[in-house]
Design a protein around this ligand. Structure first.
Ligand code: G4P
Length: 530
């Protein structure tokens, strides 16, 4: 790769925000975009004339195809660093989507509500990050409200998540006595001229804890607490260690208030200085794709349908892993074994989209297509390679599809297949009988399926309960043994959308029982999508 290409990817920071609903992810996202001068990366990346042309090209496509894409990726540039913030759905019913998005990031910000500490969804998402060794930056939000003691929160993160923590700043009071944030490392005091609880508008350079600029106005109890925090914090927690952070063993903790702008610039500065540039990506055949490689590779981690019923177009979100992508490139769609010309790739900014002329590892481009691309697909410059590590999860809710108008079987199947390719549901075709079964992780997904089949495929469906409550992928190193098992258990067997066999279980007890009776067969809760 040219030096320019290498430099370009090293300036990329691709990350997501994980949190429990209500902790402040949306507010923080907005503030990061604002702090990044939002909105768009363009500026120094492209010449002006090119930009104008790029934008009008995009608008034409948008009009012709009526594509509407919500802000799944938000890119912005600040001080020469390109930030790609990947959005994750807030509701836990869509957690599969979130898990897959996390395969496309290099770091994550974990937002914690200062009053609530670690909540269930935070913990779940954190575990996914840990499995992938994704470095985590912690943001303790809402310190402008009454919250828990700073040391208590740090201890909870350390103990509940088994992580080393490094406090990067301290709250100066909380709730009604909130004075601001003290950055003991950079010796700065972030505060407000409006007094306690006001929005951040002043940054004072201070000379340590004794500086009257910092402690002059504080109440005695707050000054004592701050001194105690800094002293105990310095002794009781790890010093920041870059390697440990990159390996996912240590998290830097920033205290702040997204609503009142505290901590935003510190997080952005930290990401620029310490978050990793695009990482290498595991692939089939024991290969590891490194970003420095000359040839382009990328993978689809999300597919979003066009919500306009007149069109079937979809946007596949492709995370680039290596090479310098140029608009109009012909890439190999590895699963289909066919070439695909990417003539209208899209960059997403906070408020608009542009045709992507060039993109580098770490970037996410949207590729409009008619359904050829699905989650897990790899695009390469000819190499027969699949990026690995994108999981499909065993559904926790199974329902049989009931069709109101039996003349519309074809449309229903087409619709369900499309939605399965987007990753919204899983479909299972029972070995006996013709009615498909759909599997989801959360019930809200079922409502979305009903609505979308009606709106986009003019097909009304309902769901009926089935006697099963989970499915597991059946695998065996000996294909003959697997065939025999499947044949003798046909009543419980179904095929997923890739014709991979699953065994349908009535309950958790049966999972154990059937597993013990058939020690040669493994019943897997997740399957790699390849
Ligand atoms: P989410 O995306 O994680 O679900 O959270 P979101 O940002 O929507 O924030 C949830 C609520 O918490 C919102 O209040 C938001 O204003 C508030 N909030 C976020 N950050 C802070 C903060 O730093 N300090 C304080 N005091 N509040 C914060 P809401 O009443 O639910 O919504 P809204 O009517 O204010 O928009």
């Amino acid at each position: 790769m040219s030096t320019a290409g290498t430099e370009a990817f090293k300036a990329r920071r691709t990350f997501a925000i994980i949190s429990h609903p209500d902790a402040g992810k949306t507010t923080l996202t907005e503030k990061l975009l604002l702090g990044g001068g939002a909105i768009r990366a363009a500026g120094q990346v492209r010449a002006r004339g090119e930009r104008r042309r790029a934008r009008s090209d995009w608008m034409k496509i948008e009009q012709e195809r009526g594509i509407s894409v919500s802000s799944s990726v938000m890119t912005f540039e600040r001080n020469g660093i390109i930030y790609n913030l990947l959005d994750t759905p807030g509701h836990e019913d869509f957690s599969e989507d979130t898990y897959r998005t996390l395969t496309a990031v290099d770091a994550a910000i974990m937002v914690i509500d200062a009053a609530k500490g670690i909540e269930s969804q935070t913990r779940k998402l954190f575990e996914v990050c840990r499995l992938r060794d994704i470095p985590i930056i912690t943001f303790v939000n809402k310190i402008d409200r009454e919250g828990r003691h700073a040391l208590e929160i740090l201890d909870e993160i350390q103990e509940a998540l088994a992580l080393d923590v490094t406090p990067m700043s301290w709250p100066v009071g909380m709730g009604s006595d909130f004075f601001g944030v003290y950055d003991h490392i950079g010796n700065r005091f972030f505060t407000s001229t409006e007094g306690r609880g006001g929005p951040l508008d002043t940054i004072k350079d201070v000379k340590g804890l004794e500086d009257p600029e910092l402690i002059g106005e504080l109440f005695d109890n707050i000054r004592d607490e701050l001194e105690e925090n800094v002293e105990l914090g310095g002794a009781g927690y790890s010093e920041f260690d870059q390697e440990s952070f990159l390996e996912g063993h240590l998290t830097p903790v920033f205290f702040g208030s997204a609503l009142r702008d505290y901590g935003i610039d510190q997080i952005l500065d930290f990401i620029a200085a310490h978050a990793p540039s695009p990482h290498s990506q595991p692939a089939t055949g024991g290969r590891t794709i490194v970003p420095e490689e000359n040839k382009v590779t990328g993978f689809v981690f999300k597919v979003q349908a066009n919500m306009d019923p007149k069109h079937r177009d979809r946007i596949a979100f492709v995370r680039l892993c290596s090479g310098t992508f140029k608009r109009g490139m012909k890439l190999k769609h590895v699963r289909a074994g066919k070439p695909i010309t990417v003539s209208a790739p899209i960059f997403f900014f906070a408020e608009e989209r542009e045709i992507a002329e060039k993109a580098y590892p770490g970037d996410v481009i949207g590729v409009p297509n008619h359904g050829q691309l699905r989650v897990g697909d790899t695009l390469s410059e000819g190499e027969e390679i699949h990026v690995t590590g994108l999981p499909a999860f065993a559904p926790e809710i199974l329902r049989r599809v009931r069709l109101t108008d039996t003349m519309r079987v074809k449309q229903m199947r087409r619709g369900l297949e499309d939605l399965a390719e987007e990753g919204l549901v899983q479909i299972f075709k029972p070995a006996i009988g013709t009615n498909w079964i759909v599997g989801v992780v959360g019930v809200l997904q079922l409502d979305v399926v009903v609505d979308r089949l009606k709106a986009e495929y003019q097909t009304e469906i309902g769901f009926e309960p089935v006697m099963y409550n989970t499915a597991r992928w059946a695998e065996c190193t000996d294909p003959l043994k697997l065939d025999k098992f499947l044949e003798t258990n046909r009543a419980h067997v179904a095929l997923d959308r890739d014709d991979k066999p699953v065994y349908l279980f009535k309950n958790a007890w049966e999972v154990t029982y059937v597993g013990e009776k058939n020690p040669d067969i493994s019943f897997r809760e997740t399957r790699e999508i390849v």
